[in-house]
Design a binder for this molecule. Structure first.
Ligand code: LLP
Length: 447
């Protein structure tokens, strides 16, 4: 996303054009940015450890066009449920190109997992006997809880440690692998996912070291060979204006250095290093275009838009911050007369004149249209003065955005558009009233 003459563009298509063609609220993804994110991560890690594979965390954005785009770049799929497996398969993934990492699975999930031929990653040893009722996986992996985790977003994004519902405590991992070996399984992997949105390279080094210190002695004592070691996703992106991006070069170097040292120390061989990012690949490539529909001067000033808590759940769920940029082109002619064309807007409310002098912004609270006060989701933001009809663009909405949206208050799900250079294409149409009622049964007998 960038500004050209105070207008917001995604590649070469303006927000105004997209809003006019597809309506608002509208999720927009930049294909080029997704490819860049994938290639940067892939290239950087492979430089340090060539046997490296990215499994894309489908849960972070499961629009089939996005999953397909990443598969075309070389991603395999990290799937959390049977439906995600079905999606990956529909797009052509099979066998080891799918890693099934569910948690608290029922027998139907386990059966479907085995039948799908995906790599199975069990969240607990208690699932092993139940899985074996349906067949023996070629390669089996367990999710390990290394007893610490981290997130820059919220404590609910911390996925390891004593409060986490995930994985097997690392001290008990050996029992799980011993049991699997006894059951006749010959090939193994190991997995962890300790937290989402971390931007400190040292953290990834620390979890990798902890996992290998758990895996190494186990491989030796049980005489088992690991086919892959999956250190999870969690690579963060900056959401706040002054937050620094993750230094991926430093991260890859530190992770691979400790990986090399430890695999050598424990004689683990040229094992495959796996990561399963979601946010890092798609987070900053996605935006929501919304329109200002109503403005209220109450005890404070509220700007009502069609982007609400049901369009983007993250601010309300996690107190997450999303940058907001403003496109006033619709009222631009009027503003031009008042000298507004001398303003340059750079997002996050950072407004400067054409001469680079700061302009006094206005403090407003951006709200959606849901009947909940939580829906006033961007509080006291400094933004250029907004008027009815203006567009807002919510940044960093590519991960955990649309896939976590819901049709609350009858405000139905947005459309999704993929912009690729000079072209844009609708990759999911806007939800309709008929879609909303899809699956409703026995309406005529309801009293
Ligand atoms: N692998 C597993 C097993 C996961 O559970 C997740 C995310 C990932 C990989 C990808 O993590 P990432 O690279 O995106 O951090 N809804 C929250 C994030 C929840 C993450 C769930 N699991 C949010 O919007 O912040």
């Amino acid at each position: 996303m960038h500004y050209k003459n105070s207008q917001i563009y995604f590649d070469s298509i303006s927000a105004q054009e997209l809003a006019k063609e597809y309506g608002t609220p509208l999720y927009v993804y930049e294909a080029g940015r997704i490819r860049e994110n994938f290639q940067r991560l892939d290239r950087t890690f492979k430089k340090h450890w060539p046997r490296f594979q990215i499994y894309y965390a489908v849960k972070s954005n499961s629009n089939p066009a996005i999953v397909k785009l990443l598969m075309q770049e070389g991603a395999f799929c990290d799937c959390a449920s049977l439906n995600e497996i079905l999606l990956a398969k529909k797009l052509g993934a099979k066998g080891k190109a799918i890693l099934f990492s569910g948690n608290y699975l029922n027998d139907d999930d386990l059966k479907a997992g085995i039948e799908s031929g995906a790599f199975i990653n069990l969240d607990d040893v208690s699932l092993l006997d139940r899985l074996l009722k349906f067949g023996k996986p070629d390669v089996l992996s367990f999710r390990i809880n290394p007893d610490f985790g981290k997130s820059n977003v919220h404590e609910s994004d911390v996925m390891a440690g004593k409060q986490a519902k995930f994985g097997i405590p690392w001290e008990r991992a050996k029992e799980a692998y011993a049991k699997a070996k006894e059951a006749g399984i010959k090939k193994f992997g190991v997995h962890m996912m300790t937290g989402s949105c971390v931007t400190e390279p040292e953290y990834f080094e620390a979890i990798t070291k902890k996992l290998l210190d758990c895996v190494g002695p186990m491989a030796h004592d049980l005489h088992i060979k690991f086919e892959f070691i999956d250190i999870g996703g969690g690579f963060g992106i900056p959401y706040l204006p002054d937050e620094k991006p993750l230094d991926i070069e430093k991260t890859a170097e530190k992770v691979c250095d400790v990986f090399r040292k430890k695999t050598k120390e424990f004689g683990l061989g040229d094992v495959q290093l796996v990561v399963e990012p979601g946010r890092y690949l798609v987070g900053d490539a996605g935006f929501i275009i919304g329109r200002v529909h109503a403005i209220k001067e109450s005890y404070k000033k509220f700007v009502g838009t069609d982007v609400g808590m049901s369009t983007l759940a993250r601010p309300v769920l996690y107190g997450a911050y999303h940058g907001i940029s403003v496109d006033k082109t619709r009222s631009f002619d009027k503003l031009r007369m008042t000298g507004f064309d001398k303003l340059r807007m750079t997002g996050h409310g950072d407004i400067k004149t054409g001469h680079g002098e700061p302009v006094e912004p206005e403090k407003v609270t951006i709200t959606g249209q849901a009947c909940e006060n939580a829906d006033a989701w961007a509080k006291d933001r400094e933004l250029p003065k907004l008027e009815i009809g203006d567009l807002i663009v919510v940044e960093n909405a590519g991960a955990y955005g649309f896939c976590m949206s819901y049709p609350y208050n009858g405000r139905l799900r947005a459309a999704e558009v993929l912009v690729d250079g000079k072209t844009d294409k609708l990759i999911r149409r806007r939800e309709t009233f008929e879609d909303w009622l899809l699956g409703v049964e026995n309406l005529d007998t309801a009293r």
